[in-house]
Design a protein around this ligand. Structure first.
Ligand code: DLL
Length: 433
């Protein structure tokens, strides 16, 4: 089933007209409503009347995450907060997180694209869906909730965690669809086996997994273990949350809903478009959003894009699975972590030295572990063991309160961490994903 056949299967030439019309309208809306954007467009010498066609998008300056953070919390919004219906937050780098707001129309749009996501994965009206993405400031839980509501599925809002309860829900309620991060799907399989359940007999037939990178090897493992179809979902809070792009059962890339999120793939160094199919940074423009529409937002995610029609009938372009980022963000248990956030905490604690490393690992069947290895003053090592432990606990607590993710802290003596002549190697990712 295709949720919005008109938009998802439109002839690409006709789609250009839709996109051109929407671009003209969103640029003049933003120009009038957002003083920050007006300044940005004026500085680039772009007036709304210059935008006639979707190709004119190249004249518009890029928007970057710093633009959101510098205008924290609501400076980049195009509506006053009284017109908002919901506010979400994505973990950011040092200091302020990224805040995004939705008007009532934006929530409708979110429901619409998420209904497309669910249909694209193979959900059918009447299905039960177990939603094990986190409900809260993270956009995963509520995004899927709105899509399932719109589509008419029976939602089990399990939220993330409480694995035994998740498995009991699966066993007793028999939902056909599971949505959560791919690593959590594998973790649940281990727990299920430990509880004496047979994952292959589960009621889940379709899993929609995203919010973090995962490989084809991981897909095979999930599909074999749970005896289900596993498809990829992509999105980011700044653009809408989940709902930007979705794989269909053909598994040949993620269909990007380009009538509402206009994609470009650029060389991150030059800002110029790359050739079709080549890898580059995904840049997105929200063509219809009202609360915080963004023009040419640099996602930092590395993808390739193809414009040919898929066997499923959809004509919207497909992006490859996300193969990396242009910055040093890592995703630990679905949570975005920037080394600079940790550095900020460490530098604020007397006794730590500015030499640290983040070691991420994932043992088979377990969740990600993040260890912070940090050099501390020789003096601290001379202290009694109790003091050393208290110091370690203090660092752990401060980092956990900022990141919202469990970490281990390992204190090491000065000059233990390998020095580099170029960029310091801050992240050691041992996960085989
Ligand atoms: O992770 C939205 C989401 C929720 C997507 C649930 C899918 C499912 P943020 O917390 O703002 O939003 O993080 C966005 O996560 O820029 C990517 O780097 C990464 N990411 C999201 N989906 C995928 C995916 C949500 N399928 C950032 N594969 C993005 C790889 C992904 N990375």
């Amino acid at each position: 089933m295709i949720w919005n056949e008109k938009m998802e299967c439109m002839d690409p030439e006709d789609m250009k007209n839709v996109q051109s019309e929407r671009l003209r309208s969103i640029v003049s809306y933003i120009y009038q409503k957002s003083p920050v954007y007006k300044k940005k467009l004026d500085a680039a010498g772009v007036k709304p009347s210059d935008i006639k066609d979707i190709r004119d998008i190249a004249r518009i300056p890029f928007t970057v995450k710093e633009d959101l953070r510098d205008n924290y919390p609501f400076g980049l919004f195009s509506v006053p907060t009284k017109d908002l219906a919901e506010i979400h937050v994505s973990s950011g780098t040092t200091g302020n997180p990224t805040v995004v707001g939705y008007t009532k129309e934006d929530l409708d749009l979110w429901g619409e694209v998420m209904a497309r996501v669910l249909c694209c994965a193979g959900a059918e009206p009447g299905d039960k869906i177990q939603n094990a993405y986190g409900y809260g400031l993270f956009t995963g839980g509520l995004g899927f909730h709105y899509g399932a509501l719109k589509m008419g599925l029976a939602i089990i809002p399990a939220s993330a965690g409480q694995t035994k309860r998740q498995l009991k829900i699966m066993t007793d309620f028999k939902p056909r669809i599971l949505v959560c991060t791919p690593s959590y799907a594998l973790y649940m399989a281990e727990e299920a086996k430990a509880m004496g359940l047979k994952p292959r007999d589960s009621s889940w037939e379709i899993g929609i997994f995203g919010a973090e990178p995962w490989s084809e090897a991981m897909r095979k493992e999930i599909e074999a273990t749970w005896n289900m179809l596993a498809v990829d979902v992509y999105g980011l809070s700044e653009i809408i949350g989940p709902g930007v792009a979705q794989e269909c059962p053909h598994k040949t890339g993620l269909h990007l809903f380009w009538d509402v999120f206009y994609p470009e793939v650029i060389d991150p160094k030059t800002g110029n478009p790359v050739k079709e199919g080549a890898k580059g940074e995904l840049v997105l423009t929200t063509l219809t959003k009202r609360g915080i529409p963004l023009l040419r937002y640099r996602t930092r995610d590395i993808v390739g894009i193809k414009y040919e029609q898929c066997k499923c009938g959809r004509t919207c372009p497909r992006i490859t699975k996300i193969t990396g980022r242009t910055d040093d963000m890592i995703i630990v248990r679905g949570i975005n972590v920037f080394p600079s956030q940790i550095e900020h905490v460490l530098l604020g604690i007397e006794g730590t030295l500015p030499h640290y490393q983040l070691v991420v690992d994932r043992k088979a069947g377990e969740l990600d572990e993040l260890e912070i290895v940090v050099e501390v003053d020789q003096k601290i090592f001379s202290d009694e063991i109790k003091k050393l432990q208290a110091f370690e606990a203090k660092i752990k607590k401060e980092i956990e309160s900022i990141l919202g993710v469990f970490v281990r802290v390992k204190l090491v003596e000065p000059r233990t961490i390998e020095r580099s002549e170029g960029k310091a190697k801050r992240v050691i990712d041992k996960r085989a994903i």
